[in-house]
Design a protein around this ligand. Structure first.
Ligand code: MOS
Length: 742
């Protein structure tokens, strides 16, 4: 049996997904299920004076109209939840009071016998407001932005700008070569295919089973218990399949609160599904204004980095990530400083979106580096190699591993970078200007505590259980691969049970940390299973493993074998049956090794080719090569798809995506996936993903995770390619064709 780890294994749940057997949150049915339709505010700021549901209530089939005036109790705070490490804060709670804090805020729920009647009822609810003028324009509020507060715990500290070093202002002022510019990125929304949805099954004893679209079932369980004063044993949360989430499912969203509220009010099972426009009242990638200053010597050695950012959050909650510190991490530079301010606007709280902070922060840095290269008349890749950082200077420590040089080398080679004519507008293909640009990517490699249970049967089948979600990334598949290798069983003898709060503890699936956490978790528990098998095997008369120590055995091809002499082996079924057991079950917690002495990061080098129609300004991204260093790659197929999908996101970030707000009303104008532009098939051409070899000993399996690294640097590489093609530098995304016109 060949090992599965490292191979291009197809998804173990692929057939279930394409045949519809895989069920998502809105697809679980139960007798007597009723449906909630959400009434949202038409204003962005003010107070609700009255919610009049009388017309809706007269419709046959409408059961109730819930609002802040008419609902079961909710706790006044969610402190019991807020202390949890993942995701910090106090998420917006619908129907809490009469305050309106953002447009499309959920303010009432019409519950009816069918979803159609609920939707009709929703259209009949009349709301009277006291309207205040909203403030939603970052550009107008930039001077009112306030510095982020100092961290109050280690988790917050991860997101706070690093300490400055040296004398950055003086070094910048004295630098022989200087580049200073401002880069802007808009609000973006996640737009997963699956709408946020919750189905709440109400049991006769008042206990609830919740099917929710989420990145963390136990997170939802804690939150619901906190808000509704329920006991964990009375709330079971399941999310076996998730149709994309990209960070928006890290926090509890309002579908789950509304569905639980209605179920408790009516003592019935309830489903609530958001509409696509309502998805734009969830969190979003915050708009950013970034100012970068780079000072260098004439030979291209960086001497100063200053990076200031202003990002967006709500009036009621701070949200920020470590947007600026990537700059002093990525390149060697003696003098660096970072500043980060928040503009509090009448919008929902921003939230994590694929590679939060690095996707935007590194975009600005990598465009600035390109501009510095132009000023120095240096090749952009050569400049990055000259500034290559062997140490994490933010924290003065080495990297656990860093194969970025190899990313640059293999990426450049696959792309053909050495054939680039450095002169802008120098390369053409018929009527098109051709541009080549490149950029670097960096992201964190986190590992989190996790618990995994494995039950092995004497017939050689194993069930692996952990509460983690699989948000569509392929978690179920890599879990099966790792378990199969660790237990020496064929892949189809492994079943994976996940996405259920009753299962052993898992963090939310995010931050690219689940692959490393759950895989090492499986390895730990599998080692316990092996130890138990050895104990049984030793009891067999004349056991060939009688003298073998626990560290000297491995599970291979259904057998427990002495690693030094594999002929000394006992089959799993013999060991168990002769030991008189049909099933071995082990549950173990794996904690990450506390390796703060080294920095743990993934890296990438992205090379992009654009073709720009000179007359029309239409940009096509014709080629992208992304070379990624992310430790051991568990599954080249699903990991390749992660990076490929991320590159598509990067194309969207560079050229298409922008949430547009009418600031007079504080309302998103393009709250649908027709007018919120994102790449479609016709926008996506040749994308090549390379994984470079990067041995890493930070965890036993040497994994770093690939969920997020793939987007970082892509927008910058494309923006730099657009400059190379056209000679025009656009510093605010997306680069739409109007911005290219002279
Ligand atoms: Mo990710 S933005 O942590 O889902």
């Amino acid at each position: 049996m060949a090992p599965y780890i490292g191979t291009a294994t197809s998804r173990v749940d692929g057939v279930a997904k394409v045949t519809g057997a895989a069920k998502y949150a809105a697809e679980f049915n139960t007798p007597g299920l009723v449906y909630g339709s959400i009434v949202t505010s038409t204003i962005a700021k003010g107070w609700i004076k009255r919610v009049d549901g009388s017309a809706a209530m007269r419709v046959k089939g409408v059961i109730d109209v819930l609002s802040h005036e008419h609902r079961p109790p909710m706790a006044d705070d969610d402190k019991a939840y807020a202390d949890e490490v993942a995701p910090l804060g106090s998420p917006f709670r619908p129907l809490y009071d009469n305050r309106v804090m953002f447009s499309r805020q959920p303010i009432a729920l019409v519950v009816a016998e069918t979803s159609e009647i609920a939707r009709f009822g929703e259209s009949l609810v009349r709301v009277e407001y006291e309207v205040e003028a909203p403030v939603t324009d970052l550009n107008r509020e930039r001077d009112a932005a306030v510095p982020v507060k100092p961290p109050t715990n280690p988790f917050e500290a991860l997101f706070t700008p690093p300490k400055p070093r040296g004398a950055p202002e003086r070094a910048l002022a004295a630098a022989a070569m200087r580049h200073e510019a401002e880069y802007c990125t808009p609000i973006e929304h996640h737009n997963p295919m699956e709408l946020y949805a919750a189905t709440v099954i109400y049991h006769a004893d008042g206990k609830l089973t919740l099917y929710d679209k989420t990145q963390g079932v136990q997170n939802i369980q804690r939150y619901v218990c906190s808000v509704f004063g329920m006991k964990p044993e009375d709330v079971r949360v399941m999310s076996p399949f998730v149709g994309g989430a990209f960070g928006n499912g890290l926090r509890p969203n309002f579908e789950i609160v509304l569905a639980v509220l209605a179920a408790r009010a009516l003592r019935r099972s309830v489903r609530v599904v958001l509409t696509r426009p309502q998805m734009y009242a969830l969190g979003y990638r915050p708009a950013m204004i970034q100012r970068i200053g780079l000072g260098a010597t004439t030979d291209g050695t960086l001497d100063a980095i200053t990076h200031d950012a202003i990002t967006v959050t709500s009036e009621y909650e701070d949200y920020y990530r470590q947007e600026t510190g990537w700059s002093g991490l990525l390149y060697t530079c003696a003098n660096a400083k970072y500043a980060h301010k928040l503009a509090k606007l009448d919008l929902p709280t921003a939230c994590d979106m694929r590679c939060p902070s690095a996707a935007t922060g590194v975009y600005a840095l990598e465009c600035a580096m390109d501009e510095l290269a132009v000023a120095l008349k240096a090749d952009p890749l050569e400049l990055r190699l000259r500034c290559y950082s062997e140490r994490d200077q933010n924290n003065n420590r080495p990297f656990g591993s860093k194969a970025l040089r190899e990313c640059y080398r293999q990426g450049a080679q696959a792309f053909g970078w050495d054939k680039r004519n450095p002169e802008p507008r120098s390369m053409r293909d018929g009527a098109d200007l051709v541009g080549w640009g490149m950029a670097t990517g960096v992201w964190d490699a986190f590992q989190a505590p996790i618990t995994v249970r494995i039950a092995l049967s004497a017939n050689g089948h194993a069930e692996v259980a952990c509460a983690t979600s699989d948000i569509g990334t392929g978690t179920r598949t890599i879990m099966a691969q790792v378990a199969a290798d660790m237990l020496g069983l064929p892949l189809d003898h492994i079943s994976i049970n996940l996405g259920d709060s009753n299962l052993p503890q898992s963090p939310v699936e995010g931050g690219s940390w689940i692959a490393v956490s759950v895989s090492n978790g499986i390895a730990t528990t599998a080692a316990s299973i092996r130890d138990e098998l050895l104990r049984l095997a030793k009891q067999i008369p004349n056991s060939p493993l009688a003298a073998t120590a626990p560290g000297e055995v491995a599970l291979i091809d259904g057998k427990l074998a002495d690693k030094g002499d594999v002929s000394r082996a006992i089959s799993i079924s013999d060991a168990m049956r002769q030991g008189g057991v049909e099933r071995i079950e082990q549950e173990k917690t794996t904690n990450p090794s506390a390796d703060a002495a080294r920095a743990h990061n993934t890296h990438s080098a992205v090379f992009a080719e654009v073709k720009v129609d000179e007359q029309l300004g239409v940009i096509r991204v014709t080629r992208v090569v992304s070379a990624v260093a992310a430790g051991r790659i568990l599954n080249t197929k699903t990991a390749g798809s992660q990076v490929l999908g991320s590159v598509v996101w990067g194309i969207g970030m560079a050229l298409h995506e922008e949430t547009l707000i009418d600031h007079r009303f504080g309302r998103v104008m393009n709250a649908n996936i027709a007018e919120y532009h994102m790449p479609v098939n016709a926008d996506v051409h040749d994308i090549k993903v390379i994984f470079v070899d990067e041995p890493d000993d930070s965890n036993p399996l040497g994994i770093k995770g690939v969920g997020e690294i793939g987007i970082v640097g892509v927008a910058a590489a494309i923006a730099n390619a657009v400059y190379h093609a056209t000679g025009k530098r656009v510093r605010d995304l997306p680069i739409t064709l109007d911005k290219l016109s002279p």
